[in-house]
Design a protein around this ligand. Structure first.
Ligand SMILES: [Zn+2]
Length: 81
């Protein structure tokens, strides 16, 4: 069966990346309801860099949902805890 690559757009850097089938070069970050490419996701393991906060929280703010507490480094935790 032929498979067509699914291309998603990173909500943080704007780059496109393959998101299946078989290969996934990004993550849907459920807590923030954003797509993140592997590069952005890996680069922010300690918490979302402050210059990305507006993009990271856009979906939550649009839906008036709670934004996670900051971690001990003063950053929004990448996975929400
Ligand atoms: Zn990215």
């Amino acid at each position: 069966m032929p498979s067509t690559k699914i291309i998603e757009c990173c909500d943080l850097c704007g780059e496109g990346f393959q998101y299946g089938p078989v290969a996934y070069f990004g993550t849907y970050v459920l807590t923030y309801q954003v797509m993140a490419c592997n590069r952005c996701f890996a680069a922010n393991a300690d918490g979302w860099a402050s210059h990305l906060e507006a993009k990271v929280t856009r979906s939550l703010k649009a839906k008036s949902m709670r934004i996670p507490e900051r971690n001990t480094k003063g950053l929004l935790p990448r996975d929400g805890f």
